[in-house]
Design a protein around this ligand. Structure first.
Ligand code: SF4
Ligand code: FES
Length: 248
């Protein structure tokens, strides 16, 4: 395949940035999208030009690092996959593909397609943990009865990889789907109850301080989430927040 790529280039956080056109030739339909980007970068390096900076790590849908807005959709046109799992067979010879970074005030661009998602880390640090004694005398997990339903729902919430597609897809740049997944995975389990009230209050406070927008129940986040995180988690987080606020 021969393709035209329209890519966001930005030298650094303070650069204005612009879309730049590139042509790539002989792209195999079996390549992943990131391998296609590797081919482009090899071509740029061969011409002594600056390669395009983009985020990636595992390249198998686990780490949440890859984060491209492709033809206007977070992680591209397919559902339930990350950018690194997208394949070039999804495109046609002669296509023009637009590639931009995830855009949100709380995700400032570092360079080209790389954005700073440390806001998510700070939300996690505010409450995304449990305090347990791990010095060798911890209780066997199997000794704590947990219903199958609760275990399944907690596991589903825990599949969030923190990619930020929910924020990038939301017209308000809301982080509610991400935060609600992180709150839910603990709220559903007995081990998460001790700090439950502080957790939801602190994580929501940090989310607001980071500059994410409010949720207006549009649902774009759920559609674009590569891990199928459900809006049910937002409803659960709202209940947890209300309960914690009344308690406080
Ligand atoms: S909720 Fe989905 S889209 Fe949002 S950070 Fe988690 S995995 Fe990514
Ligand atoms: S590079 Fe790890 S999820 Fe895409």
């Amino acid at each position: 395949m021969n393709l035209t790529l329209k890519i966001w280039r930005q030298k650094g956080p303070n650069d204005k940035g612009q879309m730049v056109d590139y042509n790539v030739k002989n792209i195999s339909e079996h390549m992943s999208f990131l391998e296609m980007m590797d081919v482009l970068n090899e071509q740029l390096v061969a011409k002594d030009e600056e390669p395009v900076a983009f985020d990636h790590d595992c390249r198998e849908g686990i780490c949440g690092m890859c984060s491209l807005h492709i033809n206007g959709e977070a992680h591209g046109p397919d559902r339930g996959i990350t950018t690194c799992q997208l394949h070039m067979r999804r495109f046609n010879n002669g296509d023009t593909i637009t590639i931009e970074p995830f855009r949100a005030k709380a995700f400032p661009v570092i360079k080209d397609l790389v954005v700073d998602r440390m806001a998510f880390e700070r939300i996690q640090q505010a409450g995304g943990f449990i305090s347990v004694n791990t010095s060798g005398n911890t209780q066997d997990a199997n000794a704590i009865p947990i219903s199958k339903h609760a275990a399944d729902e907690a596991m589903d919430a825990a599949t969030c990889i923190g990619c930020g597609a929910c924020v990038a897809s939301c017209r308000n740049a809301s982080a509610m789907l991400f935060v609600s997944a992180k709150v839910s995975q603990f709220a559903l389990l007995p081990q998460g109850q001790v700090e439950a009230a502080d957790r939801v209050l602190n994580m929501v406070k940090q989310m607001d301080e980071e500059g994410f927008g409010n949720c207006t129940n549009t649902g774009a986040c759920e559609v674009e989430c590569p891990k199928g995180i459900s809006l049910e988690n937002i409803a659960r987080m709202n209940r947890e927040f209300l309960r914690a606020s009344l308690k406080g």
